[in-house]
Structure formats: C-alpha cells, structure tokens
Design a protein around this ligand. Structure first.
Ligand SMILES: Cc1cc2nc3c(=O)[nH]c(=O)nc-3n(C[C@H](O)[C@H](O)[C@H](O)COP(=O)(O)OP(=O)(O)OC[C@H]3O[C@@H](n4cnc5c(N)ncnc54)[C@H](O)[C@@H]3O)c2cc1C
Length: 307
C-alpha cells in the first residue's frame, strides 16, 4: 500500500479535511464510478497487486482506510478519465460540459467549493443585485489586497476585498453579470502579435455559438443567435437612462449596440440574466451535462498540485 499511496500522491494531491467530506466524496464517487469488483480489477491491473491483498484492505473499517479508499478511487478515476478539469467556475464549467459531449471521453471535474443550490447563500447568488452580500461568505475565497500605504484610506486596515467565487459557478456566481465581448480590433491585434487563431474572425463563431440573445436589435445580426446556452438580455430602460443617453450623445458619442461590430460609442449593457435570475455558465452548461454518465463532478475537492 505505501507504494500505491506514493504513486497517488505523486500524481495528484487532493486534501479532504473532514470525515464528512470523505464520506460525501466516497458516496459521490460510488454513484458515478465503477463497481467494487471492477474497481479492484483496475487497481490490481494498475499496480499489479494480488486481489486477495486488496480485498483485505477493503474490509478494513478504520478511517485511515477510508482515506486511502477515497484517494484510491479518485486516483482510479484519474486513470480512467481522459480529461480532468480543475475548478467548476466560469471557464471550467463550459470546458467540462463541452468535453463530455463526446460519450467516449471520461471527464472528471474537481471543485474546491461546494454546490451552489440549496444553501443559505443561494438566493444571493441567483438574485441579480444581491451578490455583494456574498463577500467574505463561505462561497468567497476571502482574498484581500495587502494594506496600502497611499490608497484605500476609507477601508478597514486599508485593504480592499478581491472577491473570487469558491462554489460551483466560480466567480460568475458573484459577479456583475455584464455580457461584454472584447473589441474585434483587440482580438486581431493578438493574432497579429503571434497568438494565431485568436483573431476576431476565429473567435466570433464561438461567441455566436454560445449565445441565446433576447436583445431584439441583435436578432438579425450574424454575430449572435437565439438558441445557444447563454441567455443575453438587456435591463429594463429607465427614465434616467434616457437622460444619460441624451447627455452622452450631446458630447459626441454615438449610440451603438453592445457586442456588434462598432466598439466605440454608448450602448445599453447586456447581461446574463434568464427568467429574472443570474445565469452562470455552470447553470447554462453544466446543468444539462450533469446527467451524463461520462461526467463526474466532485465538490469540496481542493487540488493542490497538477503533475
Ligand atoms: C465583483 C466582480 C464583478 C465582476 N463582474 C463581471 C461582469 O459583470 N462581467 C464579466 O464578464 N466579468 C465580470 N467579472 C470577472 C469574471 O467574473 C471573472 O473574470 C471570471 O468569472 C473568471 O472565470 P474563471 O473561470 O477564470 O475563474 P472562476 O470563475 O473564479 O473559476 C475558478 C474555479 O476554480 C475553483 N478553484 C480554484 N482553485 C482551486 C483548486 N486548487 N482546486 C479546485 N478548485 C479550485 C474555484 O473555487 C472556482 O470555482 C467580475 C469579477 C468580480 C470579482
């Protein structure tokens, strides 16, 4: 067993702090992973250990074996999976969902935080405008700047919060939900400077593919469509908005549509809100993918090393 453990440690270290977490992970893995018999066979094959010896290990009831068992299972999953994605945040949720569209690809998604539903913070995640309440909560990594000598005079300890989401959905679970693509010119500049394949003509089809636009002015645009997973909508206009628009136009700024070809002017912001609720990429992509046999999502799994 020490050999096996060190192999696991060398491959990836995942720390689960409490027995409850271990049990939870064991339970989650047992739903999505292989049967006990297959598990032993894989172990035996992977590390050439006699089955009798492994069986004996499995019979042991002590918590140490439990730890070993969970680590083994994660390790086995890592051997079986083709892709392991660390972090079920904005990018990780899309990546895991897209990779698992191919049923032949086994995908393991590891998230340090917990689920985003059925928890006290959930209403603050889903309701637009309440995310500030999540700062310093259990779904925030609770990062702060260093105390500043010449700034942040009005802040406690002269430190500002740097919110980052620690939950399924990641920072999207507590951000401002503004949907704003990068300027076409900037992507083209990247391509020109050596990031080949990152020009606007290359990325535009993917932007288009991802959106479900409810913005009427964009319904006929070839840069948008209305059947993708990420709903994009605008907020209800207010009388103050009209005053603001008139004021900026009088200063010479053109009124444009956000996320169209022109990138200089004044436009109404677009947001990722669906049915009055925040739409994270986890909700838009992962919710549908969760039922797939080839996608395993493990929460409270803090990855400390990728080798
Ligand atoms: C207050 C605020 C407002 C914002 N407003 C907007 C906005 O309106 N529009 C916009 O486009 N952008 C906005 N942003 C920025 C945007 O939210 C982020 O750029 C984006 O969410 C980052 O995505 P990501 O996938 O890189 O990281 P994240 O979404 O943060 O995902 C990272 C995930 O990895 C997990 N993780 C981290 N380390 C580990 C580990 N060791 N093991 C396992 N899991 C781990 C985290 O828990 C998290 O779930 C805002 C950001 C903030 C802070």
């Amino acid at each position: 067993m020490p050999d096996l453990l060190s192999q696991i440690h060398n491959r990836i270290q995942i720390f689960h702090q409490s027995p409850e977490t271990l049990n939870l992970v064991a339970w989650k893995l047992s739903i999505c992973s292989i049967s006990q018999k297959d598990f032993l066979k894989k172990l035996q094959k992977l590390w050439q250990m006699p089955e009798k010896h492994l069986l004996k290990q499995c019979m042991m009831q002590d918590s140490e074996y439990m730890t070993v068992g969970v680590k083994n299972k994660i390790s086995i999953l890592l051997q079986l999976v083709k892709e392991a994605v660390v972090g079920a945040g904005t990018a990780g949720s899309v990546l895991a969902a897209r990779l698992s569209e191919d049923p032949r690809v086994q995908v393991l998604l590891l998230e340090a935080g917990d689920k985003e539903t059925d928890r006290p913070e959930t209403p603050f995640i889903t309701t637009p405008g309440l995310a500030k309440q999540l700062r310093n909560s259990s779904v925030d990594w609770k990062y702060f700047t260093q105390p500043q000598e010449n700034a942040l005079f009005g802040y406690k300890n002269k430190q500002a919060a740097l919110p980052r989401g620690k939950v399924i959905g990641g920072t999207f679970a507590l951000n401002d939900m503004i949907y704003q693509r990068g300027s076409p010119g900037i992507f083209d500049e990247w391509d020109k400077k050596g990031a080949k394949g990152w020009g606007f003509k290359h990325v535009a089809p993917y932007f288009r593919k991802s959106v479900d636009t409810k913005v009427i002015e964009l319904s006929k645009s070839d840069l948008h469509r209305s059947c993708g997973p990420m709903t994009v909508s605008t907020l209800q206009p207010t009388s103050l908005l009209n005053v603001y628009f008139n004021a900026t136009q009088s200063l010479g700024y053109d009124a444009i549509n956000c996320n169209e070809k022109e990138d200089q002017g004044i436009c109404r912001i677009q947001t990722n809100i669906r049915g009055g609720e925040r739409l994270t990429t986890a909700k838009a992509y992962l919710n549908e993918a969760r039922g797939r046999q080839n996608l395993n999502i493990v929460t409270k799994a803090l990855v400390s090393r990728v080798s």
